[in-house]
Design a protein around this ligand. Structure first.
Ligand code: ZN
Length: 294
């Protein structure tokens, strides 16, 4: 485990503790959330070393990578995902039109790319997890790269990073590198949880989208804009992911002490309250940032 004494984004030593929490999903290991007073970014501390990181991903239920699970919750999640895939491709067509090239960075098992392929886009996937990559390769009928260096294509019309950036230690380098793959008029789409949302504040240390220590960074609108600016990108639009307030609240309710059924019902209400509150504050549970090179 590595304890960070300086901000991992701007190297400032002006760092304060915000929250003590733990890995509620898998290992129960305790972690903290710290904030840099210089650049404002919020991050997990300590962080697992490279050799420890796989320990925190070893679960068949890690939904992002498509585990097998027959629970009602998982089936509802799958159904919601079908609708959200269609909605996501609508965002693509609004950004780049009806044709073009898309790279999905951290494509998981390839469902988003499959939907894009069905709409006629040229698709490229990058996925480091071997199992997810093999699934994606089979599903898409084309090779999915294990890392960015294997992608020889450049000038992408769109690069998408769906709930992936918060997992990556090399934040600045990743964005700068992705930008070199983007056409000068291309669009970078980044979706991440928003720790300024109503559900984040309501659930506090139990908020599932902290997902410690798998999430190393905890973004808000200001810090994400700063991160993108630093790489020469400008945020053009911010779009809410409204289903995430329910999904994250339900997961958070599983970590919250108390009666499971009551917690579940409260979670549905909190999902609703989060979206309602965000109508005024714009602080939705998760946000999609649409950015372009300057
Ligand atoms: Zn900083």
């Amino acid at each position: 485990m590595t304890t960070l004494t300086n901000c991992p984004f701007c190297s400032s030593q002006n760092v304060v503790r915000v929250l003590a929490s733990k890995d509620y999903f898998l290992t129960s290991t305790e972690f903290n959330i710290d904030r840099c007073n210089s650049c404002g970014i919020t991050f997990t501390n300590p962080i697992p070393s490279d050799s420890e990181t796989p320990t925190y991903y070893q679960s068949d239920n890690y939904l992002s990578h498509g585990g097998k699970n027959s629970s009602l919750f998982y089936n509802a999640y799958k159904l919601a995902r079908v609708f959200s895939l269609q909605w996501k491709t609508k965002i693509v067509s609004e950004a780049i039109g009806e044709k073009g090239s898309i790279m999905d960075y951290g494509c998981g098992t390839g469902d988003f790319l499959l939907t894009c392929k069905g709409k006629g886009y040229r698709i490229f996937g990058v996925e480091p997890s071997t199992k997810a990559r093999e699934d994606a390769t089979a599903k898409l009928g084309q090779v999915v790269a294990s890392n960015l260096r294997s992608i020889t294509e450049r000038n992408f019309d769109m690069i998408t990073v769906w709930h992936v950036l918060e997992h990556l230690p090399d934040l600045a380098t990743t964005i700068e590198t992705l930008k070199t793959y983007l056409s000068p008029k291309g669009t970078l789409l980044i979706a991440v949880p928003n720790h300024k949302s109503y559900d984040a504040k309501h659930y506090g240390q139990y908020w599932a989208a902290y997902d410690l220590p798998r999430h190393l960074w905890h973004f808000d609108q200001t810090t994400m804009s700063n991160v993108l600016e630093k790489a020469g990108l400008q945020v053009k639009k911010i779009i809410p992911l409204k289903l995430d307030s329910y999904y994250v609240s339900i997961l958070s309710s599983k970590y919250t002490p108390g009666n499971k059924v009551i917690n579940f019902l409260k979670a549905i209400k909190n999902g609703l309250l989060s979206n309602r509150s965000a109508k005024k504050t714009t602080e939705y549970s998760s946000l999609i940032y649409i950015a372009k090179p300057r």
